[in-house]
Ligand binder design. Structure first.
Ligand code: FES
Length: 159
């Protein structure tokens, strides 16, 4: 007999399935729960879900690949969304991006193990640009010093 519950991700995936009554029509909610908790959908999590719901792995892969919000690989621990829309560009968003890339040693929209930078197109904070968003928290009039402080603050919350 194959033991599928050999990693923390598998155990969580199993618990998520159980919480949804092991019902195949709850697949999207289960995938969402696993990704929300683990940050991505691992192979072992998908195998566990397939077995628990008694559906094929091909069916799950079809669903996961159809929805672009599902991630198959772990992402950065922290993502800074930097606005590149017109109002923020007019007050230095491009310069801020260059400074953030240098400061954090990552490139915009290229991922990163610890911190990633992602382009955003208007965060609804146009009067206080350049604007960034981190974990649903909005920051305005951001400069290099603020990027550094904001990143340090959020990383401390993760650790
Ligand atoms: S243009 Fe940057 S928040 Fe609107």
């Amino acid at each position: 007999m194959v033991t599928l519950l050999n990693t923390v991700e598998d155990k969580f995936a199993r618990e998520a399935c159980r919480a949804h009554g092991d019902q195949a029509d709850e697949l999207l909610e289960i995938l969402h729960d696993v990704q929300h908790e683990k940050g991505h959908l691992s192979d072992s999590a998908l195998r566990t879900i397939a077995q628990a719901l008694n559906i094929s792995r091909a069916e799950i892969h079809g669903v996961v690949s159809f929805y672009h919000d599902y991630k198959r690989e772990p992402g950065a621990k922290l993502t800074l969304h930097i606005c590149r829309a017109e109002a923020c560009k007019a007050v230095g968003a491009d310069t801020l991006i260059t400074e953030a890339e240098t400061l954090l040693d990552v490139k915009l929209d290229e991922g990163g193990a610890e911190v990633a930078l992602a382009a955003a197109y208007c965060l609804g904070n146009c009067a206080l640009g350049p604007a960034i968003m981190v974990n649903d928290k909005l920051y305005g009039r951001v400069d290099r010093a603020k990027i550094n402080a904001i990143t340090a603050k959020h990383m401390a919350q993760i650790s």
